[in-house]
Write a protein that binds this ligand. Structure first.
Ligand code: NAP
Length: 304
C-alpha cells in the first residue's frame, strides 16, 4: 500500500489546484483521475473570465494548470477509484490498479453530463449525438446540428459550432435562455436561431442519426427536423458517490455539503469544485481546491 499525506480524487481545476497547494505546503500529494487530467473544464470552447487570460481555450488553460500541478503532486491518469474507506487513523483508497493510504482525502470529482432520457439518445451516442462540441464539433462542419439546452454550456457550444462552420440551431424548453447576458447577445449577433418552448421527444436514424422529433409545448405539436448532429447541454449531475460511501453529507441534488473551509462532516475528508454545487466557474473550482488543500494541511499539522 502506498502512503500519502493527501489523496485527491479528480484532476479537474479543483483537484489540480489542490495538488499544487498541497505540494507547495510540503504534503506528499497524489491526484487520481479516472480519465485524462483536465476534467470538464477542458471542454470549454473559450474561457474569457479566468483572471490573467483575456481569452483562452479550456483545453489550453487546463493543460497549463496540469503542468503546474505535476511539479507539486503525483498525478495518475486512467486510474479509477473503486472504493474508499475511513479507518480511525487513515483513509484507504482502492483503485482498479492500486491501494493507497492517506491522512486526508479531497473529493474533486466534478459532475457528469445530464442525459435527455429520450428514445434514441443512447443508440446514437458517437453516431450523431455528443455532449462536447470541442471534442466532436469538427465532424459536423458544414452540416445541420441542434444544440439542446438554454444555459451557458448550450450557448457556448452553439457559438463554437457556428464558429467552426456548422449550421446550428438551439432548442430550448422555455421562452428565455438561462445563459448569461453576454452569451445571449453573442448568439443574437451571430444569428443563431433558437427554437423556443420545445423539447426533444425522440432521436431517429439508421446507422447514424438522421432526424429529431421535437414537441412545441405552446402549440402542442410535434415536428421532425432532419439533422446530422445533436449536442446535448442540459446541465450536470454531481459525481458524489465517494462522499456517500464515506458517510459525508450531500444535499437534495446530491452535491457534497461543505463548510467554508471545504470540510465535509467527515473528519479529514474535504470536497472542492463543481461536486459541491454553487457557482460553477473555473476560478471558483481552483479557489475551492486551494482552500481544501490548506484545510487538509492545517488539520494534519495541528493533529500531529
Ligand atoms: P445549466 O445552467 O443547469 O442549464 C441547463 C439548461 O438545460 C437550462 O437551460 C435548462 O432549462 C435546460 N434543461 C435542463 N434539463 C432539461 C431537459 N430535461 N430537457 C430540456 N432542457 C433541459 O447547465 P450548464 O449550461 O451545463 O451549466 C452548468 C453550470 O456551469 C452552470 O452553473 C453554469 O453557469 C456553469 N457554466 C458557466 C460557463 C461560463 O461562465 N462561461 C460556461 C459553462 C457552464 P431551464 O432554463 O428551463 O431550466
Amino acid at each position: 500500500m502506498e502512503e500519502y499525506d493527501v489523496v485527491i480524487a479528480g484532476a479537474g481545476p479543483a483537484g489540480l489546484t489542490a495538488g499544487i497547494y498541497a505540494g507547495r505546503d510540503g504534503l506528499k500529494a497524489l491526484v487520481l483521475e479516472k480519465a485524462l487530467k483536465g476534467g470538464m473544464g477542458s471542454t470549454a470552447p473559450l474561457v474569457m473570465n479566468f483572471p490573467a487570460f483575456k481569452s483562452i481555450t479550456g483545453m489550453e488553460l487546463l493543460k497549463k494548470i496540469g503542468e503546474q500541478a505535476s511539479y507539486y503532486a503525483k498525478i495518475r491518469e486512467s486510474e479509477e477509484i473503486k472504493s474508499v474507506e475511513k479507518t480511525p487513523e487513515r483513509i484507504v483508497v482502492r483503485t482498479d490498479k492500486n491501494e493507497y493510504s492517506a491522512k486526508a482525502f479531497i473529493i474533486a470529482t466534478g459532475t457528469k453530463y445530464r442525459e435527455l432520457g429520450v428514445p434514441g439518445e443512447m443508440q446514437f451516442i458517437g453516431k450523431g449525438i455528443s455532449y462536447c462540441s470541442i471534442c466532436d464539433g469538427m465532424f459536423f462542419r458544414g452540416k445541420e446540428v441542434l444544440v439542446i439546452g438554454g444555459g451557458n454550456s448550450a450557448a457556448e457550444h452553439a457559438l463554437h459550432l457556428k464558429d467552426i462552420g456548422c449550421k446550428v440551431k438551439m432548442v430550448h424548453r422555455r421562452d428565455e435562455l438561462r445563459a448569461q447576458r453576454y452569451l445571449q447577445e453573442k448568439l443574437e449577433k451571430e444569428g443563431v436561431p433558437i427554437i423556443w418552448n420545445s423539447v426533444v421527444k425522440e432521436i431517429k436514424g439508421d446507422t447514424v442519426l438522421k432526424s429529431v422529433v421535437i414537441h412545441d409545448r405552446v402549440r402542442d405539436v410535434d415536428e421532425e427536423i432532419p439533422v446530422n448532429g445533436v449536442f446535448i447541454a442540459i446541465g450536470e449531475t454531481p459525481s458524489s458517490q465517494l462522499a456517500v460511501e464515506l458517510g459525508a453529507e450531500v444535499d437534495a441534488a446530491s452535491y457534497i455539503v461543505t463548510d467554508k473551509d471545504q470540510k465535509t462532516n467527515v473528519h479529514r475528508v474535504y470536497a472542492a469544485g463543481d461536486v459541491t454545487g454553487g457557482v460553477k466557474q473555473l476560478v471558483v473550482a481552483c479557489a475551492e481546491g486551494a482552500v481544501a488543500a490548506v484545510s487538509a494541511y492545517n488539520d494534519i499539522k495541528i493533529e500531529e
